[in-house]
Design a protein around this ligand. Structure first.
Ligand code: GLN
Length: 186
């Protein structure tokens, strides 16, 4: 989804993996898609643009059968509970807290053990957090798949829906994109 935020970086990662990616701005851009990535950026802005461009219901219908991944602001947009008034898709039964890491450390990098990734037990994933949200709660079928060392939940999956509070498109590691592509193909 290319309304605002870090979508070009996702497109570059997909092209690196040999996947043709298109920019989605309007419902007309959606036919033929196999999966959708909602990028980081500013979730209130993206949500308002989604309403203005009529994307809310087409994406909700798409997500019934297809894979959708939200990174950072995209995770907020996929959540059912965000703790404030703003337009969201509400696709996943998760509660998030925006800007959860405070001002002093609102951007940081952390090595995460993410067992669902290739070599996930032994090779940490370099996760970049930028004014990131955290997962406050994930209710089944949503399951937490990554936590910071202090236990804070930062990624979850429910069927073909994936959320990460960090930005895998900014790391030099393709494994999260590969993981999402497996979900798209499953
Ligand atoms: N702080 C932003 C928000 O709440 C998210 C930041 C990001 O996507 N990097 O929408």
């Amino acid at each position: 989804m290319a309304l605002q935020g870090a979508f070009i970086e996702h497109i570059h990662k997909l092209r690196e993996l040999g996947i043709p990616a298109v920019e989605v701005r309007l419902p007309q851009d959606m036919p033929g898609l196999d999966g959708l990535i909602m990028p980081g950026g500013e979730s209130t802005t993206i949500g308002k643009l989604m309403v203005a461009y009529g994307l809310m219901d087409p994406i909700r219908s798409f997500a019934v059968q297809n894979a959708v991944w939200g990174t950072c602001a995209g995770m907020i947009l996929m959540a059912k509970e965000v703790g404030r008034e703003q337009p969201v898709l509400g696709l996943m039964d998760i509660a998030v807290e925006r800007n959860a890491f405070g001002r002093q450390i609102d951007s940081f990098e952390a090595s995460l053990q993410v067992e669902v990734l290739k070599e996930g037990r032994t090779k940490p994933f370099p996760a970049i957090f930028i004014r990131a949200p955290r997962l406050v709660e994930a209710r089944p079928p949503a399951q937490v798949i990554a936590r910071l060392a202090d236990g804070t939940a930062v990624a979850a999956r429910a069927g073909r829906l994936l959320v990460t509070s960090f930005h895998p498109e900014l790391s030099r590691d393709l494994r999260f994109h590969e993981y999402f592509l497996e979900m798209v193909q499953s």
